[in-house]
Design a protein around this ligand. Structure first.
Ligand SMILES: NC(=O)c1ccc[n+]([C@@H]2O[C@H](COP(=O)([O-])OP(=O)(O)OC[C@H]3O[C@@H](n4cnc5c(N)ncnc54)[C@H](O)[C@@H]3O)[C@@H](O)[C@H]2O)c1
Length: 362
């Protein structure tokens, strides 16, 4: 694919880039991080310590000005409010862009970024890393095998006992400040939940009804609890996200016409219907074959560093295939659209609202 390593720059040297991206880059011989920009002095000092040969900048504009000629891509890991601005500037300089979720905080920004990437023929790729959790990969394989038949409904629950914190040297609670985050748990975690639902139901949703609240409205201006029901062409998805749970975990269920998958962090249970002799009219006419497995997926490590390698392989592959309108990017756009429409639904007493066409016109 590439004889020489890809040369990248990181913008935002906070939690996810220092704990989740950098360690994964440093393990690879096919990528070299040659520059970093961060607005925070202490974070720049830490970047210098981790990457002594890299050029360190206070401002992404200066980094792009001085380094673009020697770069292939930029990795954006700042809070969401700046993603679109930084991505446009990098595309303008002819760089490919790997961008943390959510791609943007506004639908119009996502659309404009997608058309920019298309027009300059560069890859814009979101960090949709939950697809790379080993147990989630296993769900995909089971669905593909046909074992549980066509999927008709899914539930995705994400329980957190607090909002995720940013590094202490900067603004650890930026996720609770709308001007930085663009929203609360739906904006922060919603993308992960939604792109998995799209994948399992094999389509984009056509309507959504949502409800949310903020149990810490005295201190913060973003929601900490969010529930929504999404209508898909072939079924429903029920999503629930909370930062005020008593535990940190995910519980997903996937219901197919011949069986079901239940996931509780690393534990996965696959139940498949087996017809027994006799008339198929009562519960007793069906037996369940149940398989239980434990698939270590490192859910408690919020850096998800173990999932980054195969995500980066996908980004590289999209560059190789010149896939300017890649599926992950389409998913990212749909995520922002569903999140924005969910906010409107919640503000309108949970009125069900249609989602614009699944086809992204760019
Ligand atoms: N995919 C995942 O699993 C995952 C996990 C955590 C965070 N994230 C995403 O990563 C991004 C960063 O989150 P985090 O938890 O690392 O936050 P963080 O607060 O720990 O880090 C943000 C860093 O960006 C720097 N920064 C802020 N504005 C900047 C700017 N304009 N230019 C340069 N540097 C700037 C800050 O100084 C800080 O060092 C967010 O988009 C978040 O949603 C994704």
């Amino acid at each position: 694919m590439h004889d020489t390593p890809l040369r990248g720059a990181v913008v935002g040297f906070g939690f996810i880039s220092s704990q989740g991206h950098l360690p994964a880059y440093l393990r690879r011989s096919d990528v070299k991080i040659t520059a970093v920009a961060d607005i925070c002095d202490e974070r720049r000092s830490l970047a210098m310590g981790t990457l002594p040969e890299a050029k360190i900048y206070t401002d992404f504009g200066a980094l792009l000005e001085c380094e673009s000629q020697n770069l292939d891509f930029i990795d954006i890991a700042t809070p969401p409010c700046d993603h679109a601005r930084i991505a446009h500037a990098a595309l303008e300089r002819g760089l490919h862009v790997l961008c943390e979720k959510p791609l943007t905080t506004e639908v119009a920004e996502a659309k404009s970024l997608m058309s920019h990437a298309q027009s300059v023929k560069r890859v814009l790729y979101p960090v949709h890393n939950y697809k790379h959790a080993p147990v989630v990969r296993s769900i995909r394989q089971i669905i593909e095998s046909g074992q549980i038949g066509k999927v008709h409904s899914v539930t995705l629950n994400t329980f957190r006992n607090t909002h995720a914190k940013g590094v202490p040297e900067w603004r650890p609670h930026w996720r609770r400040e709308r001007s930085y985050s663009g929203g609360g748990i739906a904006m922060d975690h919603g993308s992960h939940t939604l792109y998995l639902a799209f994948d399992w139901l094999g389509a984009y949703p056509t309507a959504v009804t949502a409800k949310m609240n903020n149990l810490h409205a005295d201190k913060y201006d973003t929601e900490d609890n969010f529930s929504a029901v999404l209508t898909f062409p072939g079924g429903l998805a029920h999503v629930h996200l909370t930062w005020t749970a008593g535990v940190r975990k995910i519980i997903y269920t996937i219901q197919g016409e011949k069986g079901a998958i239940t996931v509780d962090d690393d534990e996965i249970k696959i139940a498949v219907m087996r017809k027994t002799a006799g008339p198929d009219v009562a519960q007793g006419a069906v037996a369940w074959e149940v398989e239980r497995k434990s698939i270590p997926s490192h859910w408690m490590d919020a850096s998800h560093v173990q999932w980054f390698g195969s995500l980066f392989d996908e980004f590289k592959d999209a560059i190789f295939r010149q896939d300017w309108s890649n599926k992950a990017l389409q998913d990212a756009y749909q995520c922002i659209q569903v999140i924005a429409t969910s906010y409107s639904s919640s503000a309108a007493m949970s009125q069900e609202l249609p989602l614009p066409s699944a086809q992204v016109a760019i």
